[in-house]
Write a protein that binds this ligand. Structure first.
Ligand SMILES: [Zn+2]
Length: 50
């Protein structure tokens, strides 16, 4: 893998991380989940929803 490819990959991973907010309580990565019949995010660790 050359440097350009590596940078592109790093940027892709970073974008994925940014699109998944961390839990405000335990900072665990929140996962997409159904919240009050809507699509939201839920922390699998503490159960917090956003
Ligand atoms: Zn949490």
């Amino acid at each position: 893998m050359d440097d350009l490819e590596r940078q592109r990959e790093l940027r892709r991973v970073r974008d994925e991380v940014l699109s998944s907010p961390n839990c405000p309580i335990c900072l665990h990565r929140m996962e997409p989940a159904e919240v009050n019949s809507d699509v939201g995010r839920r922390c699998p660790e503490s159960g917090a929803v956003a």
